[in-house]
Design a protein around this ligand. Structure first.
Ligand SMILES: NC(=O)c1ccc[n+]([C@@H]2O[C@H](COP(=O)([O-])OP(=O)(O)OC[C@H]3O[C@@H](n4cnc5c(N)ncnc54)[C@H](OP(=O)(O)O)[C@@H]3O)[C@@H](O)[C@H]2O)c1
Length: 247
């Protein structure tokens, strides 16, 4: 069996990805989100708020003795308040970094710790964003947490490459890790962006235009692209990239 731990499966890209995987009966999905919207015999939902430090720290991965593949897809994320720094709520800053950066870092650490001695294809995918690479006013927490996630991913990749020299001497396989930006996708996150005000976010009209001009990708199509790319790990030469780089 193949096991996919995916955060944020209640809607958007995470839900579409889970549903795509569930079409194949050899895949099991363990979804982590506050709400549940998928019911399927191969889907197990874990109700969790990934802004709660204790819940993230206490989360336990399971033993899967028949696993051929075990994936962790850190997909859950949010923009947080769209406002310039100085006008943000302190608590929202803490919550947003916890969801976008601390939760994926803690889960990645637990995942590597728990599955180190398991012989399977072990992959971590962090959901990045173009916002990691360019400063967007009103999005300080989002841009910086995604930039942090990219760098975290690159460090883990570097560590795994160093470790892999040693791993050749024993039977287990190492971990692959990627941070992949999906491009602009038609989800509730985009609705949230379009409901910001121009005084807090100068690029509002660009994002309204993406919707009006049908530039937004469908979550289903993006999930399929991620799946196809991840089905052929050997072609992936980068660690942190956009899915568009492989189209
Ligand atoms: N859409 C885009 O254009 C776009 C572009 C670049 C990158 N991304 C990235 O892609 C990922 C998915 O985005 P999306 O557009 O699919 O967003 P979305 O439709 O808003 O869905 C976000 C998911 O994250 C989960 N989530 C949010 N807060 C959570 C919390 N406190 N605890 C647990 N889960 C939580 C939500 O589940 P619950 O509410 O049920 O908890 C939901 O399932 C994000 O990391 C986002 O940054 C999206």
């Amino acid at each position: 069996m193949n096991y996919y731990y995916i955060t944020g499966t209640s809607q958007g890209i995470g839900k579409a990805f889970a549903e795509y995987l569930l079409k194949d009966s050899t895949n099991k999905v363990i979804g982590l989100a506050r709400k549940q919207s998928i019911k399927h015999s191969n889907y197990n939902h874990i109700s969790i708020d990934l802004t709660h430090i204790d819940s993230i720290v206490d989360f336990k991965f399971e033993n899967h003795s028949d696993a051929k593949k075990i994936y962790l897809i850190n997909n859950a994320g949010a923009l947080g308040e769209i406002k310039p720094v100085g006008n943000l709520t302190s608590f929202d800053i803490v919550k947003n970094y916890t969801l976008n950066l601390i939760a994926p870092s803690v889960l990645t650490n637990s995942f590597i710790k728990f599955y180190t001695d398991i012989n399977a294809e072990k992959v971590i995918v962090n959901m990045s964003s173009g916002a990691a690479k360019s400063p967007i006013d009103g999005w300080s927490m989002y841009c910086s947490s995604k930039a942090g996630l990219d760098m975290f991913t690159r460090v883990v990749d570097a560590e795994q490459k160093i470790k892999s020299k040693h791993l050749k001497e024993n039977s287990t396989t190492g971990f692959r890790i990627f941070s992949i930006a999906p491009g602009v996708v038609d989800t509730n996150m985009q609705i949230e962006i379009r409901s910001a005000s121009t005084e807090n976010f100068s690029r509002l009209n660009d994002f309204i235009g993406y919707k009006e001009n049908n530039i937004l990708a469908e979550p289903k199509n993006i999930s399929e692209k991620y799946f196809k790319l991840l089905s052929n790990l050997n072609v992936i030469k980068d660690v942190s990239f956009s899915i568009k780089d492989y189209e």
